[in-house]
Write a protein that binds this ligand. Structure first.
Ligand code: SF4
Length: 258
C-alpha cells in the first residue's frame, strides 16, 4: 500500500461529512523511555492526577454504574444517556475526547458520530482494531447542550471518573484528541497546534495530543503540512511506539508497510 493509499483510508466520502459538527495485560513490557519525551505533572486540585483511595472504584463496572446515576454537574438534567466508554477495557491505548455529541448522547457510546467514524478510519489506516486495541472515552460523560465546550466546573466535576478510567484500564499510551482533553490532563497553557504529535510522560504513561477528528473534518486537505497530513504522521508514530511496547511476538494485526 502506498503512502497515498494508506492516507486515503481515513477520508470520509463527501456524503459522510457533516455540515456542522463541533467539535495491563500479561507479558507486556513497561513502556520504554521515549526519545524527545517531555514530562508533564499536574499538581493543582483542578488537575490532580489521582483520585483519593477512599473514592476509587473497584472496577469499571462499578464506575459505569456510578456515572450512569451521576447528578453532580449541570449536564445531568439535559442528557439522554451517560456516555462512559467503548473499546477494550484492557487496551494499551486509551483515547480521550471532549464530550458526547448528539449521536453519542442517543447511543450511549463515545465517538460514534462522524468524528468517531473518522477516528476509527485513522486508527484502522495503520492496522489498529478499534474493538481490541483501544479504549475510548471522553473528558465529560454527558452531552453539553448544543455541543458547546464543557465548562471548567463540568470538566473538574467529571474528572474523577476519567482518572479512574485511566487507573483501571492502565494503558501504556494515552491519546488526547483536541484542546479540552489536553487541558484536562496536561494543563491549560498548551496549544493543540503546537504540541500535537509530541510525546509527554504523564504519571508514568506516554501521552500524545492529536487533532480532534472534527477539526480534520473541517480541513479536508491532504497536502504536506495540513492537519490531516500531520495526523497521519502522528498515527504512524503512535503505531510504531505501540509495536515497540507490545513487542514483535504479539498477535496484534501488523501493518507490513508501516
Ligand atoms: S458530566 Fe460527569 S459529573 Fe456531570 S453529571 Fe455527567 S457523569 Fe456526572
Amino acid at each position: 500500500m502506498t503512502d497515498k493509499e494508506q492516507m486515503s483510508l481515513f477520508d470520509l466520502t463527501p456524503s459522510e461529512v457533516p455540515l456542522t459538527e463541533l467539535p495491563k495485560a500479561d507479558g507486556v513490557a513497561e513502556a520504554p523511555p521515549a526519545k524527545n519525551t517531555r514530562s508533564a505533572k499536574n499538581t493543582s486540585p483542578a488537575t490532580a492526577a489521582t483520585v483519593p483511595v477512599s473514592e476509587q472504584f473497584a472496577s469499571l463496572d462499578a464506575l459505569r454504574e456510578a456515572a450512569c446515576n451521576c447528578q453532580k454537574c449541570p449536564l445531568a438534567p439535559t442528557r439522554t444517556n451517560v456516555v462512559v466508554e467503548r473499546g477494550d477495557r484492557s487496551a494499551k491505548i486509551l483515547i480521550i475526547g471532549e464530550a458526547p455529541g448528539e449521536q453519542e448522547d442517543l447511543s450511549g457510546l463515545p465517538f460514534v458520530g462522524k468524528s468517531g467514524q473518522l477516528l476509527d478510519k485513522i486508527l484502522e489506516s495503520v492496522g489498529f482494531d478499534t474493538t481490541k486495541d483501544v479504549y475510548i472515552c471522553n473528558t465529560v460523560k454527558c452531552r453539553p447542550p448544543n455541543n458547546r465546550v464543557p465548562t471548567e466546573v463540568e470538566t473538574t466535576t467529571c474528572k474523577p471518573y476519567l482518572l479512574e478510567q485511566i487507573r483501571l484500564v492502565d494503558p501504556k499510551i494515552i491519546l488526547l484528541t483536541g484542546a479540552t482533553s489536553l487541558k484536562s490532563i496536561l494543563g491549560e497553557k498548551l496549544g493543540i497546534t503546537k504540541v500535537r504529535g509530541q510525546w509527554y510522560e504523564w504519571e508514568g504513561r506516554l501521552v500524545m495530543p492529536i487533532f480532534h477528528p472534527s477539526y480534520l473534518l473541517r480541513n479536508q486537505s491532504r497536502e504536506q503540512g495540513s492537519p490531516k497530513w500531520l495526523t497521519w504522521q502522528d498515527v504512524k508514530a503512535i503505531k510504531a511506539k505501540y509495536l515497540e511496547i507490545i513487542g514483535t511476538d504479539s498477535a496484534v494485526d501488523d501493518d507490513e508497510e508501516f
